[in-house]
Design a protein around this ligand. Structure first.
Ligand SMILES: [Mg+2]
Length: 211
């Protein structure tokens, strides 16, 4: 399968690096568990313009190179890459060329085995069988495009724990995971489902062509 893998908040633990820099620059002591909203940083900044300027400074001073992987992420990706194609889809959107070079450099540094690397905000446009994504706005967009998504539980995506998927029913988001083992199991499930569907298609097609 093609696995659409997001970076920040999924395998790259960017938040501690953001907060280390934010606290240093603003004399604050904000912790990761305080970031309970997806746009918590925006709330702290108070203005889009200020946030953009500050963010650009951080990118230029190597924020993406200094961010570390989540614990266990390296083994997870290695395991995932054995069976599936890893398609990295990141919305690191800053127009600075350094975003691209620093991203590629850190992926090489961590020996991430990927087939494709996409910088795009509309992630659903990159065709994949399953997406691994932490951001509520991105997940909602993927759902609207009828994509399979699994989500690591993070402080900033708790709002998706109970989600109104359509107007009629609210249900618990079953596709949230706490451990990499759970994530691999979920991907296995989607993989088997795909095989079953393809086998069924083959069977039906065989009947049609014979008939
Ligand atoms: Mg993310």
């Amino acid at each position: 399968m093609r696995i659409g893998l997001d970076l920040d908040g999924v395998i790259i633990n960017l938040m501690p690096e953001i907060l280390r820099r934010w606290n240093r620059d603003h004399g604050t002591d904000i912790k990761e568990e305080d970031m309970v909203l997806y746009d918590s940083l925006m709330e702290l900044a108070g203005s889009v313009v200020y946030l953009k300027v500050w963010w650009k400074q951080q990118v230029l001073s190597g924020m993406y190179l200094q961010a570390r992987l989540y614990r266990g992420a390296s083994d997870f990706i290695e395991e995932l890459g054995r069976k599936h194609d890893i398609v990295i889809i990141t919305s690191r959107l800053d127009v600075l060329p350094q975003v691209i070079s620093d991203t590629a450099e850190s992926l090489d540094y961590y020996k991430i085995p990927y087939k494709e690397l996409h910088f795009i905000k509309e992630k659903y446009l990159v065709e994949c069988d399953v997406y691994i994504e932490d951001s509520p706005p991105c997940i909602k967009e993927l759902w609207q495009a009828h994509k399979n998504v699994i989500m690591p539980r993070r402080p900033w995506n708790q709002e998706l724990e109970y989600i109104s998927f359509n107007e009629e029913d609210n249900y618990k988001n079953e596709d949230a995971f706490d451990t990499w083992e759970e994530a691999l199991d979920m991907i296995e499930y989607f993989s088997r489902e795909k095989e079953t569907k393809e086998a069924e298609k083959e069977r039906l097609y065989g009947q049609v062509s014979k008939g």
